[in-house]
Structure formats: structure tokens, C-alpha cells
Write a protein that binds this ligand. Structure first.
Ligand SMILES: NC(=O)C1=CN([C@@H]2O[C@H](COP(=O)(O)OP(=O)(O)OC[C@H]3O[C@@H](n4cnc5c(N)ncnc54)[C@H](OP(=O)(O)O)[C@@H]3O)[C@@H](O)[C@H]2O)C=CC1
Ligand SMILES: N[C@@H](CC=O)C(=O)O
Ligand code: NA
Length: 432
């Protein structure tokens, strides 16, 4: 008789409900592909009294012990989100000898080491494909398909909410508040959307990606983070006119001199760069390997069914391991300890937009302030867009250390002719 592999599902929200649906809609094919039937035996929620027609045929509980103490359950799928109690439940599940699948980047980015150690100790699987890029396969490719390469750089659009918002702001001129509301209604945004717009969600994903790419533990605290809240329609317009689009990027680079450089911030991305065409809720991760060259992984980075696609794929992987009694073939890959590049040593080109007095000689003062800080400029334009008695100067620098641009900004701020530093955004100069 065919084996039935039983699952305990923690959480039945956007992603949890998607997992129920994917397992139902593709039941026959999944059973054939695995060689066993996958069955959700119990579902944990916070509020059992909520009406959830999609769970009509399932046993729903609000007590974690119902799942942890059930010896028939071999796989726990954690889709509650947040650090605790999710982390505690996953550790207890592994302690009880259960395999764990999660979409929880908060836990992986902050406590990955502890989770992997527990999986190793108990000889169970701990898989987390949906934690980065939602439905896009990227964790497995980095751990397995690209493992022949030395990865030198990884760059991604890894937050669906902010990419959706920036796309709408660019294409339709929509305002910030209304596009955020739309993204929330579509189920893309985190429970607290500040994690999306302030860049923290992307930073967690950047930490996970950099750990895998560079074989060293990178945690959330190691990532320099800046969100999209300061991006204005004027910056979007300037970017367009200069041949760029603005994207929130997660960047991981290995430098010879200063270690691993990991950051999240908005960038001016050349329109021809493959990531520039990634719009709406779509995510993409661009990887440079010393054998494969450039590769890009593209798809829906959030949403119920796309994310469930990655979760169920992990469940299938675990099920195959259960059938072959062969767990943790690819365990934690952080076998090195590399230094993290301090922010002031990171290198980029910068777009700087200033409001200045509209009088002779201003350009000279501004150029001198940049020059004295060792920042050479690639281009400078002066405009009078919608401004009376003042002008705007937009400068794009060559690649400099962050400390140099900070010194230039301090000097500019001190100039009487500079009224306001309106924007400072990094520029990705490489055209892909
Ligand atoms: N939404 C998305 O597109 C994506 C989400 N993720 C990740 O997937 C995970 C789940 O996200 P999402 O589905 O959006 O979250 P939701 O908020 O939609 O759902 C969370 C579910 O977990 C349950 N839950 C929360 N806390 C507890 C608790 N303490 N005890 C028991 N049950 C609890 C909730 O119960 P109740 O319904 O009773 O409140 C709810 O069913 C998160 O880690 C998220 O970061 C990853 C990629 C994409
Ligand atoms: N809020 C996230 C959802 C997935 O992690 C996003 O917008 O990408
Ligand atoms: Na993924």
C-alpha cells in the first residue's frame, strides 16, 4: 500500500491557504511524482473561531502540542511568520524528530545558525526555499545547481511590495499611499508594511542570499539598509530622463580588501540592465558565477499560490528524503568566516540632487566641494523645474567609497549657496 506522509501546517493565512490549495489542485500529480500521498493532518491557527471554508475538511487547532505530540506527523510547515513563537515551534518540531519547511526569512536571517545546528543534531531536513523570492527557485539553485561556481556578486529585487509600488509610481505616476494600500490588498505586504518599505524584509533576504553565495554566515545585523520612503516623483522623473529606473536592490559582493559587502537600498539602475525590466510584484535575482557567467532567476516573489509553489516543492523534497531515509544531504553551507565590509568602505556611484541659489558661480562651489572630498563627477546638470529663484543641480559621481560621498555631503551642507540636499541615491553603472 502507498505510504501517506502526514503534515502539520502552522498558519493558514496568505501562504498557508495557498499550500492547502496547491496540494489539493495538484494532488494526483504530486502523489505520482513523490511515490507517496501527502496529507495535511492538522492545521494550527491563532483564532479557531474564524470562518475558513477552505479548511472545512481539515482538523484545525490552536494548540501547538496537538501537532508536536502527534507521532504520525513527519513534516511541520511553518507559515505563521515573525520570530516568536515561530522559531520556538520549529526548534521543538525538530527536537521531536520532525522535518521543517518554512517561508520565514525573519528566523532564517537571524537564527539560521541555531536552526541548522538543530537540524544537524536531530538528523532532519530544514528547508526554506520560500523565504527568498517567494515562488522563484533561488535557495536550491545556490545550494545545488550553482555549487560548481565561485559566486562573486548577487543582486536582487527581492521585495514584491516595494517593486510593485515603484513600478506603479514610475508607470502611472501613482502616489505612495495609494500604491501601498493596493499592495496590501493583494496580499504582498507583510503584516506590518514598514518591513517592506523600510527595506528590512529585503535585508533579511539579502542576508540569506549572501550567506549562501559566499559560504559565510551573514545576519540581518550585518546588512546596511535603506528603504524607499524618501523616493520622490522628482527622483523617478530624473531617473527616467537620465536613462535609469529606480529599484530597491539587495546587493551582495565579495571584495578582495574589505570582505563581504551586503546592503539594501534604492538604486538608479540603467534601463538596459536585466533587472530594470522586472516590474510589479515580480522579483528577480541576478547572480555572477565564475563558470556560469551571468544568470537571472525571475518570477513572482510574493502572493499566495506562487509562494505556496516553493513551500510545496520543499515538502516534496522532504518527502523524497523520508522515503529514502536520507536526510540533510545539503546542510548548512556556511563553512567559512569572512569579514563584513563596513558601510563607509563600500563603493558606488551616486546621484545627488541639490536645491541651490540661482546665481553665478554656484556650479563651481558645488564642484569644488565634491572635488575636495575626492569625489569626481561623471555628469552634472542644472535645471529650474518647477522652482522659482532657485535651481536644482543633479550630479552623478564616479565610483567612490561611501565615506567620501559622506564627506562631500557634509561640505555641500556647509555651503551658503546650497539650500537643501534633496536626494542621494546610489547608481549601478554596470549595464548588465
Ligand atoms: N505573503 C507572502 O506573499 C509571502 C509570505 N512569506 C512568509 O510566509 C509566512 C506567512 O506569511 P503570510 O501567509 O503572508 O501571513 P498571514 O499573516 O497571512 O498568516 C499567518 C497565519 O499564521 C497564523 N498565526 C500567526 N501567529 C500565530 C500564533 N502565534 N499561533 C498560531 N497561529 C498563528 C495566523 O492565524 P489566524 O489566521 O488565526 O490569525 C494565520 O493563519 C511569513 O513568514 C512571511 O514572511 C514569504 C513569501 C511571500
Ligand atoms: N512582503 C514580501 C512578501 C514576501 O516575502 C514582499 O513584498 O516581497
Ligand atoms: Na524562493
Amino acid at each position: 500500500m502507498q505510504k501517506v506522509i502526514k503534515i502539520g501546517l502552522l498558519g493558514a493565512g496568505t501562504v498557508g491557504s495557498g499550500v492547502v490549495k496547491v496540494l489539493e489542485m495538484n494532488r494526483q500529480q504530486i502523489t505520482e511524482r513523490v511515490g507517496a500521498e501527502l496529507m495535511i493532518k492538522k492545521v494550527l491557527v491563532r483564532d479557531c473561531s474564524k470562518v475558513r471554508p477552505f479548511l472545512a475538511n481539515y482538523q484545525v487547532t490552536d494548540k501547538i502540542e496537538d501537532i508536536l505530540n502527534d507521532d504520525e506527523i513527519e513534516i511541520v510547515v511553518e507559515l505563521m511568520g515573525g520570530l516568536n513563537p515561530a522559531k520556538d515551534y520549529m526548534l521543538r518540531a525538530m527536537e521531536a524528530g520532525k522535518n521543517v519547511v518554512t517561508a520565514n526569512k525573519d528566523v532564517v536571517a537571524q537564527f539560521g545558525k541555531e536552526m541548522f545546528a538543530k537540524a544537524e543534531e536531530k538528523d532532519v531536513d530544514f528547508l526554506f526555499e520560500a523565504s527568498v523570492g517567494g515562488g522563484i527557485p533561488i535557495i536550491t539553485p545556490l545550494k545545488q545547481c550553482l555549487t560548481a561556481n565561485q559566486v562573486t556578486e548577487i543582486m536582487g529585487i527581492v521585495n514584491g511590495t516595494t517593486n510593485y509600488m515603484l513600478t506603479k509610481m514610475t508607470e502611472c505616476g501613482s502616489d505612495y499611499e495609494s500604491v501601498l494600500k493596493e499592495a496590501q490588498e493583494k496580499g504582498y505586504a507583510e503584516a506590518n508594511p514598514s518591513a517592506d518599505v523600510d527595506g528590512l524584509d529585503a535585508a533579511r533576504k539579502a542576508a540569506i542570499l549572501a550567506s549562501l553565495a559566499f559560504n559565510t554566515r551573514v545576519e540581518l545585523k550585518d546588512v546596511s539598509v535603506e528603504g524607499i520612503t524618501k523616493i520622490t516623483p522628482d527622483d523617478i522623473e530624473y531617473a527616467k530622463n537620465l536613462g535609469y529606473v529606480i529599484k530597491l536592490l539587495a546587493v551582495g559582493k565579495e571584495t578582495q580588501e574589505n570582505g563581504v559587502d551586503v546592503r539594501v537600498h534604492p538604486v538608479f539602475l540603467p534601463k538596459e540592465h536585466p533587472l530594470a525590466a522586472v516590474n510589479g510584484v515580480f522579483n528577480a535575482i541576478f547572480v555572477k558565477g565564475n563558470a556560469i557567467g551571468d544568470a537571472m532567476f525571475y518570477g513572482q516573489g510574493a502572493g499566495s499560490l506562487p509562494t505556496a509553489s516553493a513551500v510545496v516543492a520543499d515538502v516534496i523534497e522532504v518527502s523524497r528524503d523520508i522515503l529514502h531515509d536520507n536526510f540533510g544531504r545539503v546542510r548548512c553551507t556556511c563553512y567559512e568566516e569572512k569579514p563584513i565590509c563596513p558601510l563607509e568602505k563600500t563603493k558606488s556611484s551616486y546621484y545627488v540632487r541639490l536645491l541651490v541659489d540661482d546665481k553665478p558661480g554656484v556650479l563651481g562651489y558645488v564642484a569644488t566641494a565634491f572635488g575636495n572630498a575626492g569625489v569626481s563627477l561623471e555628469s552634472v546638470i542644472q535645471t529650474h523645474r518647477n522652482i522659482v529663484d532657485h535651481a536644482e543641480i543633479v550630479a552623478i559621481s564616479h565610483r567612490v567609497e561611501h565615506a567620501q560621498i559622506e564627506a562631500a555631503l557634509a561640505a555641500l551642507k556647509a555651503l551658503p549657496v546650497v539650500d537643501e540636499i534633496r536626494s542621494v541615491i546610489r547608481v549601478e553603472q554596470e549595464r548588465g
